[in-house]
Structure formats: C-alpha cells, structure tokens
Design a protein around this ligand. Structure first.
Ligand code: UD1
Ligand code: CA
Length: 472
C-alpha cells in the first residue's frame, strides 16, 4: 500500500500582492511550506514527499532542501489540476497519493492519517478532506449525494456556485487522497472552461463520479486546521491561531502564559514547567527555557538557552546567548550573540554584552558595554564600565579574573588582563595589565581649592554692583 504525498506549492499567490512566493511567507516563525512538509514527513518518509515548485522555484527549493523531500517543476502554473499532471511520472510507482496544499499550514499529521485511513477503508478513487468554517466564502463547496452520505458528487468553486449551492457550508480544504490509477486514467478529462481558465483539480470529483468511481468526503475535526492563507489578512490570522495553539500546548505542559494572545512564540521553542511568561513576550527561533523561570513583559529572546530559575526582567533583548541557572537580567539588558551569563550572575539595566562570558555570581548591574570579554566569578563591574574592544581595525579581548572589583566608570582598553582580586579605582582608564590583588588608578589626582567658590561668588557680586552704579 504505497503512499506518496504531493504538496502543491508552485503558485504565485496573486492575492497576497507580495514579491515573495506565497509558500515562503512565514507564520509561527516558519515558512508555510515548512509547516506542511513537517506534517507530511510524519506520515511518509521525506523521499516519498513530492513538492511541486514553479513560481520562484529556486528560492522555494532552497528554503526546504534540507528536509530531504523531492521536487517536481511545474514551469507554467496552469492550475491545481495541471500541478498534479506534472507529477504523473514521478509518482507512477505509488498506489495512492495524498495531495496537500502548500498554503494550508495548520494541518496536523493526525488529520492526514485520518484522511488516509478513511480513503483506504472506503476503497474510494478520491477522498476529499472537508470542513465547515464559520465563513465558507472563497472556498470550493463540496456537494454530497445526500447530507448523511459519505459520497460526494462534485466540488464547485466559489465563482461557479448557484444561489442554492451558496448555502452549502461544507468546504473543500484542497487536501485529498487519490487512487493513483483512477486519478491518472481520467486526469486528461480536465478542461480550462472555468472562471480562471485553469485546470482545476477539484473537477476530478465530478469526472470520477461520471466514470462510476467512488468519491467520498470526510470532515476535519477542526475547521481552523484547514484554513488557507491566500491574503495577508488570512496569513496574520493563521499566525495568531498557530501561536495561540503553541501557547496552549506549553500551558498544558505546566507553563503559565498570561494573556497568551499577546505573546509571540515560535513553533520550535521549548519551555519548562512552572515558568511564567508575562504579556507581550516574544520567544523566537531555537530558544529553550528551563523550569521555574520568569520572563517579564516586553522581552524578546531569540535562539537562546536559559537554564532553570532565570529571571528576565522587562524589556530585555537576548540573541544567540546562554544564561545559566538563577541568573537575573534587566530591565533593559541587551545580550548580543555569544554572551554567556553564569549561574546567579546579574546583568542590570542598560548593559550591553557581546561575545562575553560572565562567571558565577558576578554582577554588571548598570550601564555598561562588555564585549569580547572573559569575566571570572565573583567579579563586580561598576556602573558605566566600558570594554574598549575595538581599535578601529581589530577587536581585542579583556580578561577579568575571579573576584576583581572594577570601579564605576572604568574604561578598559583591550587587550587587557585584570588579575584575580585586583581593584580598579572608579573613573580609571586602564591601558596596562593589572596584577592580582593590586589597585590600579588610571586618572589624574583630585585638586581641591578651599574657599574658591565663595570668592568667585563675591567677585561676581562686586562686578554687578559696579555695573549698576554706572547705569544709575
Ligand atoms: C483551492 C481549491 C478550492 C479549495 C481551496 C482550499 C482549486 C481549483 N480550488 O482554491 O476548492 O477550497 O484550494 O484552500 O483547486 N498551485 C500550484 N500550481 C498551480 C496552481 C496552484 O502548485 O498551477 C498550488 C498553490 O501554490 C497553492 C495550492 O496549489 O499552494 C492551491 O492553489 P490556490 O490558487 O491557492 O487555490 P485556491 O484558489 O485557494
Ligand atoms: Ca489557497
């Protein structure tokens, strides 16, 4: 019982009014086609998945090549029926085909399996996956023999509906199973005499019924799952639906997400139980968050790993970084790629880091730039400390050993080593290595002029008196 899955993804997506091919538009942080391929490859191995490409074929193929699926080129896009004609040779060795649309991205593998099983148990030539959404407009409608019958007689496209047929609420999802032999024996019957002048795959229902073949329809459990993305409005609605379902899945695993409709969580993100996510948080890409963390509002975390008990206060921006357990960040910390924050370390407001490691229990609590730096454990980085890592040509490293104390507003000109337990006096510009346990002062000594301010004020006062008497 060999099954192939064909994914139709060659269309331009005219209704999107976009330069980019429709199936490359993203929802839930992934291209539409990636979602469909993910579902398909849970039903058959990737080498049995055939993606029909055409419009921007190169870009579409490049975007999903790593999945191991096969591609068939439909050079001219003359409709969904024509797309299937194009794969005829490639899939001739399979007994059955499941046809998916590249623009129906919420479809779950369980639903594909239900379609497949129903198709086999009914021994039908064509099995149509249907749904009954609140608004059936713009979808093809499925006409059954009678309301209770599994058998269908035709699919009628929106533009061809009679007033009577417009009342039919059961739509064609664009997802089907076919017995390969019957499909290709009759596919040449398709014509382009319709509103779009295209070969409609939907016409196969009527054609097969005429040929006395069995055509059946099965309704999906959820209408949302089979909604198509044809316009930006639909795309954004599906994105919201997908993200809400991601949030619900996480909540079922013990994550608390307040106001989930405001969060933006990509589909591959993992979050541990007892973690709390506040409103307006974004968790993107390949992000993993441990247990018992709290991610406060307006933080955006991308491609990063957080261990357990991490606190991210409001407004942090974290990219390609790693944060160890019980660390605390923000508000308004910015971790650029390659930052690693140690256990129990603190990174406070308006601190920017890049390619740096902060050791266990170290603190950089306010207003600093720490780049290309290796900072040990138990280090205190005073407010306003800057690692001067760039000399205009090359980047240089700063090494600050365990237990060092860097006073506020220090300028650390790399390359530089500050030894274990050393002190840097506040306001210093440090250009030379500091040995362990030393104190380094890199600033001019303070001069204090006693009574200077008082005498200046009396000078000003005297000058004003002279001026007044001159005018008087
Ligand atoms: C199609 C169905 C409609 C159904 C709806 C469900 C037809 C004629 N109509 O309409 O009954 O309710 O899906 O979402 O099939 N494609 C190709 N090559 C082509 C044309 C299209 O690969 O030559 C691909 C598109 O990239 C897309 C899919 O086929 O992924 C569906 O095409 P689309 O134009 O979006 O069909 P709909 O008008 O939505
Ligand atoms: Ca569509």
């Amino acid at each position: 019982m060999r099954f192939a899955i064909v994914i139709m993804a060659a269309g331009k997506g005219t209704r999107l009014k976009s330069k980019r091919a429709k199936v490359l538009h993203h929802i839930g942080g992934k291209a539409l086609l990636e979602h469909v391929i993910l579902a398909a490859t849970q039903i058959v191995p990737p080498e049995d998945v055939y993606v029909v490409v055409g419009h921007q074929a190169g870009a579409v193929q490049a975007a999903v090549a790593s999945t191991g699926v096969k591609f068939v080129t439909q050079a001219e896009q003359r409709g969904t029926g024509h797309a299937i004609q194009t794969v005829r040779e490639a899939v001739s060795g399979y007994e059955h085909l499941i046809v998916l649309s590249g623009d129906v991205p919420l479809l779950q593998p369980e639903t594909i399996a239900r379609l497949r099983d129903f198709h086999l148990s009914e021994r039908s030539a064509m099995t149509i996956l249907t749904a009954a959404p609140d608004d059936p407009n713009d979808y093809g409608r499925v006409l059954r023999k009678s309301p209770a019958s599994a058998e269908a007689i035709a699919i009628v496209e929106q533009k061809a509906l009679t007033p009577e047929q417009e009342k039919v609420r059961e739509i064609n999802s664009g997802i089907y199973a076919f017995a390969t032999e019957h499909l290709f024996k009759n596919i040449s019957e398709l014509t382009t005499s319709n509103a779009h002048g295209e070969y409609y795959l939907t016409d196969m229902a009527r054609i097969l019924v005429q040929e006395k073949q069995k055509v059946v329809a099965i309704e999906a459990d959820s209408a949302t799952e089979v909604l198509g993305a044809n316009t930006i409005v639909e795309m954004v609605e599906l994105d919201a639906a997908m993200r809400l379902s991601i949030a619900h899945k996480l909540m079922e695993q013990g994550v608390t997400i307040y106001r989930p409709e405001t969060t933006v969580i990509d589909s591959d993100v993992k979050v541990g139980a007892d973690t709390i996510i506040e409103p307006f948080v974004q968790l993107l890409g390949d992000t993993q968050i441990g247990e018992d963390c709290r991610i406060r509002s307006y933080s955006v975390i991308e491609n990063s790993m957080l261990d357990h008990h991490v606190l991210i206060r409001q407004g942090c921006i974290i990219n390609d970084s790693r944060i160890h357990s019980s660390a605390e960040l923000g508000p308004y910390a910015r971790l650029r790629p390659g930052s690693e924050i140690g256990e129990e370390a603190h990174v406070g407001n308006f601190v920017e880091t890049k390619k740096m490691r902060l050791g266990k229990g170290s603190k950089a609590s306010h207003l600093s730039y720490l780049g290309d730096a290796e900072i040990g454990s138990g280090v205190n980085i005073g407010a306003g400390t800057i690692t001067c890592n760039y000399d205009g040509v090359n980047k240089h490293r700063t090494l600050i050993e365990d237990g060092a104390f860097v006073g506020s507003h220090s300028t650390l000109v790399a390359p530089l080593v500050i030894g274990q337990g050393a002190y840097i006096a506040g306001g210093s510009t440090i250009t030379e290595d500091v040995p362990p346990d030393a104190l380094a002062l890199g600033r001019t000594r303070q001069t204090t002029k006693v009574e200077w301010a008082k005498s200046r004020r009396s000078q000003i006062h005297a000058a004003k008196e002279v001026e007044k008497s001159r005018q008087g």
